[in-house]
Design a protein around this ligand. Structure first.
Ligand code: SF4
Ligand code: SF4
Length: 307
């Protein structure tokens, strides 16, 4: 068993120990999750390969391709591993373990027949890492596995960008940075890598490095995919006291994203920094009209009023 599968098995066993209790009746009566009526999220390569290993280890049929086909095409009424219960229970994918038990704010409400209706734990993108045991490590492993399994440089860069993005989500900026730098070695002109490098450098207050990457991203046409690249660049310029450049970047941001509060708030901050309180107030109010609860906007308005 490779090191990924060994650790995944430990995580899964511990996950079940943590969340499944002797009182759990299981969810055999509803069966919804195991039927074609259910919308499955894309399954990770790590989960699929581990399940493949698991069924071979336990001589379970049918093969993994049948399962993949069910998930992708819903070509049968029930999951091929359903037989009055899950026949791959100890090796079932992560998603099968969390559905119902946890409910993401972006998901549809639980099905009325679900036994977890009154017990489900509500999670958000921010709280999930704390509320779901092992989730940070599971996600890191899942994306690292994709890096290891990449068949060519293009796939590897894509996988590294995803892994780096996961580190950013987990506020692990040092690891995010080294991951993006590894991607940059393979694809120095990839706008995704450059944008992410600019973002992570900015998050680490390394503004000179952030400036270099964001400017390169823009020069290579990155604004089509990342119209907000100008906002980031504007804040970086301000941090470096490059005021003319900041004005140009924030102005461009308002042109590209006129419905986004931060475009105006960046410009407001520029005018406030340059001592033009009146203009700063006008732009700050404009930003807050778009997003009244914007924390930075509210703080900026307070600072302008107190100045
Ligand atoms: S793997 Fe098991 S829990 Fe997951 S859908 Fe299939 S039968 Fe249900
Ligand atoms: S919907 Fe709920 S009760 Fe039904 S199979 Fe899924 S987890 Fe079990």
């Amino acid at each position: 068993m490779n090191e990924f599968f060994t650790r995944l098995r430990e995580i899964y066993d511990d996950f079940d120990r943590e969340y499944m209790t002797d009182n759990d009746t299981g969810c055999g009566t509803c069966e919804l999750c195991c039927t074609k009526k259910f919308s499955y999220p894309p399954l990770s390569l790590l989960d699929l390969d581990y399940l493949d290993y698991f069924i071979k280890e336990h001589n379970i049929t049918p093969c993994i391709e049948t399962f993949k086909s069910f998930i992708e095409n819903k070509d049968r009424d029930y999951c091929p591993y359903w037989n009055k219960g899950c026949t791959v229970y100890k090796g079932r994918p992560f998603f099968c373990r969390t559905y119902g038990m946890f409910h993401f704010d972006s998901e549809q409400p639980l099905h009325p027949s679900c036994i977890y209706q009154d017990k489900t734990i509500e999670v958000t993108a921010e709280t999930r890492y704390k509320k779901i045991k092992h989730l940070p490590e599971y996600l890191e492993m899942r994306y690292k596995y994709e890096v290891v399994k990449a068949k060519n440089n293009e796939e590897k860069v894509k996988a590294l960008v995803t892994l780096g993005g996961e580190y950013i989500n987990q506020f692990r900026f040092e690891e995010g940075l080294s991951t993006f730098l590894e991607a940059e070695k393979l694809a120095p002109e990839d706008i995704n890598v450059l944008y992410d490098l600019g973002f992570v450098y900015r998050s680490m207050n390394k503004f000179t490095e952030a400036k270099e990457k964001l400017e390169k991203c823009i020069a290579l046409g990155g604004e089509d995919k990342y119209p907000y690249v100008y906002q980031h660049t504007g804040f970086v310029y301000l941090s470096l006291n490059l005021f003319d450049e900041a004005l140009k970047a924030f102005t461009k941001a308002t042109e590209l994203e006129p419905e986004v509060a931060l475009s105006y708030l960046g410009l407001a901050l520029y005018y406030f920094t340059c001592g033009n309180k009146e203009k700063a107030m006008e732009l700050c109010r404009k930003g807050l009209e778009i997003e009244p609860d914007h924390k930075m906007g509210q703080d900026l308005l307070k600072s302008i009023n107190e100045a």
